[in-house]
Design a binder for this molecule. Structure first.
Ligand code: PLP
Length: 738
């Protein structure tokens, strides 16, 4: 039941990409440049106030809202938020370094009370004037996330509004409380920590939350393209902006403002602006995102440059005294500089990828020509960290990389994890172990499954640890005389591999076999994924049997014997168990086995794998014509059909045929029609203009705000993600994403 509901919710996720937001980033960036150059000042003081202190004040809240929109969407966004904070912190660090020359020039480091002010700047005000935005974005995201997690949408929004209100009285409305003794003292204390209340605590959170709530609204299906009119938000925006203008002018007129970033009407203005912008559906443009951010960060340098240049060329009249030309010059220089930096960045990346391209397969430079799998290594690292965080202190993560790391590419996955400090790997078969060794993995590798005794020499040669799957097997392996390390598998109720936990004599007998060195003992839980009472009892009984056996064997007295029993769901549902290793498979790859699975521990796990293919061909068919084998699909209208070069031989389940499955193209969900073939499938793209051969289609993963999760696809195909992913075939190249 739970599963179908979760599924319905996912199906409703309408929407496409929000190019309008990206376009407006550029507008916002140039508005910020206006704030710092006052383009109209030479001509009209009121006009300047209106432009820089009222109109341009929508720029920064807009940036916060966009971040909230993309970063704080949905409930399980802890990982994304942390990533955003980390990225912003790195950008902040680089920006601070970039401005050290200007800091030196301004004698910044000689200021009085340097240390205190420096800390204040780092955490709130920025070490150069425009940089305050970066710590505010980090803090705003953290506060908004925290509030969301604790209080939900409504509660979080209420608290952030109270914070905004407090901020207002330290900003545009300061004149009102200035005279009140207790209050003004309080605000003085705030100002001794942060020069303004327009910071990450009072100012940013409400906008992050508005963005996040708006994203939730859109993905819940409200406001789909054809329901959206531009009239309502445009009218709302005009009214609210007029009211904000009046508010600002009045406050200015009566000298109530201490600063002029925060207005009451700014909130509804931003709401309608965002509504209007998200109504423009077009493909997003990541380049504009980067460009806007670069312009924001570098424009103060361009201001200095313009002034120095104008002086050197004796053109002060033109480029300093004429504020409008000054603004245009600074804007043009900032744009050029941003383009230059992006170009350099692109070249550097090109070079970095260059040699690798040649090394791979010559003719197949990227592996992204037909159909491929993308492996997000930073999500993999994140998941390893998130899982380690819920393990008891002495417990180590054993990465289960069997079945080509559940389809993720065993070499790629193991390389990434060993760099993260993972020292233990597990595979299903001898061949998998040998392949990892040949690839250069030097860490422990445990074979979980059966290995033919005749191949025991290879166990020795490749230093692989074999599982002893029963007593007979142990004796045969011992008879080879090879001195092999082994882990003993105990059967506590799954009745697959392992020695019955009640056969204590046999088990302790293995410790006495002269050619086997027992370095581990483990069991496997068979219903740890279920929280049904009966299943929990069964699992607890398995756990009890295992620990009782360990007591009888006095395993604790042998610190070099590794004890382990949890796989992914074992850890997520029974996290506190005392053991040395936890064998992590599916959770490491950031997905649940089935849609709607609920676990006691809920670490933020991020999906690592995406499955993509290119549109190979687009064809028009007439109403009444059929598509693919068996003629199961008949077009009801004249239709456009995209043929994708991926099929069941790549591991895409054939029972997703005939509309059961869908793909994302240009951020929109479109149905698979007709039967899936061995190497290709057909998608109905009728009504979607602009799709052309060569465009990317997403079969598992995210495209814009839309996502097809592995869980959803597995559900549609009547299986679990473990099967779906591990069957993705060798024809698909695994392409790492960093
Ligand atoms: C596959 C396997 C695992 C990993 O299971 P997940 O549920 O994917 O974490 C752990 N232990 C054994 C014995 C396995 O066969």
């Amino acid at each position: 039941m739970l599963r179908t509901e979760a599924f319905k919710e996912m199906k409703q996720n309408g929407g496409s990409e929000y190019g309008g937001l990206d376009d407006f980033r550029m507008v916002a960036a140039f508005l910020v440049v206006a704030i710092h150059t006052s383009p109209l000042l030479a001509f009209t003081e009121t006009g300047d106030f209106f432009l820089t202190r009222i109109l341009a004040r929508i720029a920064v809240p807009f940036f916060f809202m966009v971040s909230g929109f993309f970063v704080l969407k949905g409930e399980n966004t802890g990982g994304t938020v942390r990533k955003f904070m980390k990225k912003t912190a790195i950008l902040y660090g680089i920006s601070m370094l970039l401005y050290v020359p200007l800091n030196l020039y301004n004698h910044y480091f000689q200021m009085e009370g340097f240390l205190k002010n420096f800390l204040k700047d780092i955490f709130f005000d920025g070490t150069f004037y425009q940089l305050w935005y970066l710590p505010a974005a980090i803090e705003g995201a953290a506060v908004a996330y925290f509030l969301l997690k604790k209080l939900g949408n409504k509660g979080a929004l209420s608290v952030s509004l109270v914070l905004y209100l407090i901020g207002l009285f330290g900003d545009s409305y300061y004149g009102i409380i200035k005279g009140i003794p207790g209050l003004s003292g309080l605000y003085e204390r705030i100002f001794s920590i942060s020069a303004y209340t327009r910071n990450g605590i009072f100012f940013a959170p409400v906008f992050f939350l508005m963005g996040s709530i708006w994203a939730g609204k859109l993905s819940a299906g409200k406001g789909k393209p054809h329901h959206i009119s531009f009239v309502v938000p445009a009218a709302g925006l005009a009214e609210c902006f007029l009211a904000m203008t009046a508010e600002g002018m009045l406050l200015h007129r009566f000298s109530i403002q201490r600063h002029d970033s925060m207005y009451v009407m700014l909130l509804p203005t931003m709401y309608f602006l965002f509504w209007l912008l998200t109504a423009f559906r077009q493909k997003g443009n990541p380049l504009l995102r980067k460009m806007a951010m670069l312009i924001y960060i570098i424009h103060p340098y361009m201001i200095v440059l313009t002034r120095m240049g104008a002086k050197a060329l004796h053109m002060e009249k033109w480029f300093i005294e004429n504020s409008l030309l000054h603004y245009l010059a600074v804007s043009a220089e900032s744009l050029l500089c941003a383009l230059l930096l992006l170009g350099l960045w692109g070249m550097r990346k090109g070079r970095k990828d260059g040699p690798e391209k040649k090394k791979s397969t010559g003719k197949d430079p990227e592996g992204k020509e037909r159909a491929w799998v993308e492996i997000n290594l930073s999500n993999l690292r994140h998941n390893a960290g998130a899982l380690k965080a819920i393990m008891p202190g002495q417990c180590e993560l054993m990465a289960v990389v069997k079945a080509n790391a559940y389809g993720h590419g065993a070499n790629l996955t193991a390389d990434c994890l060993r760099k993260e400090g993972v020292r233990q790997f597990a595979v299903a078969s001898l061949e998998e172990g040998i392949a990892l060794r040949k690839h250069g993995i030097t860490e422990e590798i445990l074979i979980l499954g059966y290995t033919d005794i005749r191949r025991s020499r290879q166990l020795k040669k490749y230093r692989l640890v074999q599982t002893v799957i029963d007593y007979e097997y142990a004796k045969e392996l011992n008879a080879c005389g090879l001195h092999l390390p082994v882990h003993i598998k105990i059967d506590t109720g799954m009745h697959r591999l392992g020695i019955d936990s009640r056969h204590v004599e046999q088990i302790s007998g293995i410790f006495h076999l002269s050619c086997l060195k027992v370095t581990g003992i483990y069991t496997h839980l068979c219903v740890a994924d279920s929280l049904e009472k009966e299943d929990v009892e069964y699992t607890e009984n398995q756990i009890k049997r295992f620990y009782e056996l360990l007591d009888v064997l006095k395993v604790k007295e042998h610190p070099d014997i590794k004890v382990h029993l949890q796989s992914s769901y074992g850890l997520l549902n029974y996290p506190g168990l005392s053991c040395d290793l936890a064998r992590m498979g599916i959770a490491l790859y950031g997905v649940k086995s089935a849609l709607g699975d609920v676990t006691r521990q809920k670490p933020d796990l991020l999906p690592v794998l995406s499955l993509k293919a290119r549109v190979g061909l687009i064809r028009e068919i007439e109403a009444g014509e059929t598509v693919s084998y068996g003629r199961t699909f008949t077009a009801e209208r004249d239709s456009r059909i995209a043929i994708l070069p991926i099929g069941y031989a790549d591991g895409l389940p054939r029972n997703l045929s005939c509309g059961k499955g869908s793909v994302l193209i240009h951020g929109k969900r479109m149905p698979i029609v007709g039967r899936i073939c061995m190497d290709q499938l057909a998608v109905d793209i009728t009504g979607e203009e602009g799709i052309k051969p060569g465009d990317e289609a997403v079969l598992i993963g995210r495209d814009g705000l839309e996502e097809i999760s592995a869980e959803e696809l597995a559900y549609q195909a009547d299986t679990i993600t473990n099967e779906l992913l591990s069957r993705l075939g060798p024809r698909l190249k695994r392409v790492p994403v960093f």
